[in-house]
Design a binder for this molecule. Structure first.
Ligand code: SF4
Length: 234
């Protein structure tokens, strides 16, 4: 089996799909290299043994059996838009009667566009990660990030899919008010959540030496976003 087709499966989550008990599929591989990434065993496909993973087919069998307790399915990562069979997988999950939430870093707008062509492949909810000002994505290894993020945000908005924006407050003011200003035009009236960076298992070990982000770090970013008229949540 192609290793790209393997996922880590969390059978039950209360926090990954707003208002729903959900199963979560974490896809292997990512097209970014965030130094603070806590999922690098997933993001760097080569860093974890195949035995740690299972196949989407196997997962679908589990999901079907757990129909009575599950309210939705989350596709996360890594970066799920790298999975070539994503449209078919979403179709299969929705055919089982489950709404689908997609977590994405927005670097593959062409995939989102393809998903939105048909109702059967359109996620019911999307969480779009906003990491830094688009021009700073070069440090994450992104190619053409400004255009990609802009297109992804516009496609999600135009599709009318329920969605949210997510950012990680980073320590020592690494995520700045200027980043918020640069990201704000991408953010429509959907909620914008700010979470806190935690050291300990970062892709770049240097980031493990940094302190955890504090409430005041996210409060500062949230305040700036609110000043710009954004709907901050969480
Ligand atoms: S934080 Fe997300 S987008 Fe960044 S490298 Fe990790 S999995 Fe990829």
């Amino acid at each position: 089996m192609d290793v790209k087709n393997l996922v880590v499966f969390r059978k039950t989550s209360l926090v990954d799909y707003p208002g729903k008990v959900a199963a979560v599929l974490f896809f292997r591989g990512c097209n970014l290299r965030c130094p603070w990434c806590q999922n690098h065993e997933l993001a760097l496909a080569s860093n974890a043994p195949d035995q740690a993973f299972t196949s989407p087919d196997e997962v679908l069998r589990h999901i079907e059996k757990r129909r009575a307790v599950l309210g939705g399915v989350v596709l996360s990562g890594g970066e799920p838009t790298l999975y070539h069979e994503l449209p078919a997988l979403i179709t299969r999950i929705k055919a089982l009667g489950f709404p689908v939430k997609l977590d994405t870093n927005g670097m593959a707008p062409h995939v989102l566009e393809t998903l939105f062509w048909q109702k059967e492949t359109t996620p019911d909810y999307i969480a779009l990660d906003l990491k830094l000002a688009p021009v700073r994505y070069a440090m994450l290894g992104a190619k053409n990030p400004t255009a990609r993020l802009k297109e992804s945000a516009a496609l999600i908005h135009a599709a009318g899919v329920d969605h949210e924006f997510r950012s990680l407050a980073l320590p020592r003011g690494f995520f700045t008010d200027n980043d918020i200003e640069a990201l704000a035009p991408l953010v429509d009236d959907a909620p914008w959540f700010f979470r806190l960076f935690q050291p300990g298992n970062c892709l770049d070990p240097m980031w493990n030496e940094f302190p955890a982000a504090q409430e005041e770090d996210s409060a500062r970013l949230a305040k700036k976003a609110k000043q710009l008229g954004k709907r901050v949540s969480g």
